[in-house]
Design a protein around this ligand. Structure first.
Ligand SMILES: Cc1cc2nc3c(=O)[nH]c(=O)nc-3n(C[C@H](O)[C@H](O)[C@H](O)COP(=O)(O)OP(=O)(O)OC[C@H]3O[C@@H](n4cnc5c(N)ncnc54)[C@H](O)[C@@H]3O)c2cc1C
Length: 458
């Protein structure tokens, strides 16, 4: 690439363009997943839509590989690339909440925590993820699940509008009334169609909640999981609770006597008052053995949303596998227990996030995200701070996923996939919506400029 071209590009942007050798390059290229190490040729830290248009045009005209970075949390590091241009949106923050209409305008560099914080002043929340450092952009475009999903649906089900810079540099707005095909595709189709420069969401009431984690020893795991699978369909939709198999971290504030103990956990929230919350959690406390840890109680929604942050700082090694699950038969529980016993590290986990309730009230073909008859989104995550453990993490994650696959739908949440999943998984994930997605990709990005993602080929 010509230095003169880069110098000119730099001048046309308000935000900085960071190159190898520049101070701050290593910090700017670092991703959340320490297992992924990418060295982009240029990082354009855009500050506004004009910068994004310049960067998209520059990448296309220079035939540079292009990656879009929101929060940089993606498992396989699809917010970056080797030798190409990264459009880094992290400086494009800003949340405007209209408390009357409950419409929330969100910049593409916002994290989950930015949105939660801004909404909390009005006792509101946008239904999204459960860890505050996650980027809201990537999370939304893949679907978005969290504690409020059972009542209010996926994050995309609360998306009203998005501003997008297309592959040819045009700026458009996508909503139910404008560019409706693009709006359909953005809701689950990931970063395949353009750079989203602004999101407009509908928020929902969420102030104080009644929630937190409950743990039981692994010896009770079968009973807890069997009970949970019966309980969930009857539970009030305001109760968002997931089941996980984990290890108690050997760290404060957990009681020392259970440090390092393998456990099954129910973690969730009742979105409402303490009295109703206590009632919603009562069957869990009454019908299951006494929990070895019960930290469920009233707390601000934002406190629950940042509960896991200290355990998951940036830079750990992560290997993920995800799948959608319709039922949890005893044979699947056996597989979970067998792999729990062999977990390669304290942080490694399996979670089953409910995607029932309001998610099922939207038709399979109403948005690109199509797995609306699943009950859970499963994630297996092998996690450790030590890079020397990377191979062991991958081995466990892959073997676990292979063993449990017969009990999954074949498709998986694009936000819980690694980079090595292949076209067959994309097909299984989008099912009957793939043809329409391909058509829309052909219309908006025929040259596949946006291909650093779980790619829908034009
Ligand atoms: C600790 C942790 C907790 C998580 N918890 C949840 C959870 O509770 N619920 C949930 O649903 N998911 C969760 N996830 C998964 C998360 O949704 C994905 O990692 C997602 O990719 C993160 O988005 P990002 O913007 O941070 O990612 P990035 O790495 O910045 O980007 C990811 C992908 O999105 C595309 N993209 C990003 N921004 C834009 C944009 N503005 N326009 C177009 N394309 C864009 C990129 O091209 C890339 O392909 C979690 C992940 C982690 C690591």
């Amino acid at each position: 690439m010509q230095e003169a071209g880069i110098a000119e590009f730099r001048q046309r942007l308000r935000g900085p363009v960071i190159e190898p050798g520049d101070p701050g390059y290593d910090e700017a290229r670092a991703l959340y997943n320490g297992m992924i190490d990418k060295r982009p040729r240029l990082i354009a830290r855009c500050v506004d839509v004009a910068d994004v248009i310049e960067a998209v045009n520059f990448a296309r005209e220079s035939k540079l590989l292009l990656a879009i970075r929101g929060g940089g949390h993606n498992g396989p590091g699809l917010g970056s690339c080797d030798d190409g241009l990264v459009i880094d949106l992290s400086a494009m923050k800003g949340v405007r909440v209209d408390p009357q209409s409950r419409a929330v305008r969100v910049g593409p560099g916002c994290t989950q925590g930015d949105v939660d914080h801004a909404c909390s002043a009005f006792g509101l929340a946008v239904p999204a993820g459960i860890v505050s450092t996650t980027g809201i952009a990537g999370l939304t475009l893949g679907g978005g699940t969290g504690y409020l999903t059972r009542k209010h649906g996926l994050t995309i089900d609360s998306l009203l509008e998005a501003d997008v810079v297309l592959a040819d540099g045009r700026f458009v707005t996508a909503s139910a009334d404008q560019n409706a095909d693009l709006f359909w595709a953005l809701r689950g189709g990931g970063g395949n169609f353009g750079v989203v420069t602004s999101f407009l969401f509908r928020a929902h009431p969420a102030g104080m909640i009644y929630g937190g984690p409950m743990f039981w020893g692994l010896e009770d795991a079968r009973q807890v999981m069997q009970w949970y699978r019966q309980f969930l369909p009857k539970a009030p939709l305001d109760l968002g609770v997931f089941v996980g198999i984990k290890t108690v971290p050997s760290a404060e504030p957990f009681p020392r006597e259970i440090w390092g103990k393998k456990i099954v956990a129910l973690i969730g929230a009742y979105n409402g008052g303490a009295a109703e919350g206590e009632q919603a959690f009562a069957p869990i406390r009454k019908e299951l053995p006494k929990a070895i840890l019960d930290w469920v109680g009233p707390m601000p929604f934002t406190a629950l949303q940042s509960l896991f942050d200290p355990l998951m700082p940036k830079g750990l090694q992560w290997y993920w596998k995800g799948a959608y699950v319709e039922e949890l038969p005893d044979q699947a529980i056996d597989v979970h227990l067998a792999y729990a016993a062999e977990a390669p590290s304290e942080l490694s986990l399996m979670h089953l996030y409910p995607i029932d309730g309001a998610v099922h009230h939207v038709g399979k073909d109403e948005t690109a995200w199509s797995c609306r008859d699943a009950t859970w989104s499963m994630v297996i995550a092998a996690i450790d701070p030590d890079p020397a453990k990377a191979d062991a993490l991958k081995r466990w994650g892959r073997a676990y996923w292979d063993a449990v696959s017969p009990y999954t739908t074949g498709g998986g949440y694009v936000n819980f996939m690694m980079g090595d999943e292949g076209d067959a998984r994309i097909k299984a994930t989008y099912g009957g919506n793939l043809d329409r997605l391909t058509e829309i990709k052909r219309k908006y990005d025929p040259g596949n400029l946006f291909r650093v993602n779980q790619n829908i080929k034009p």
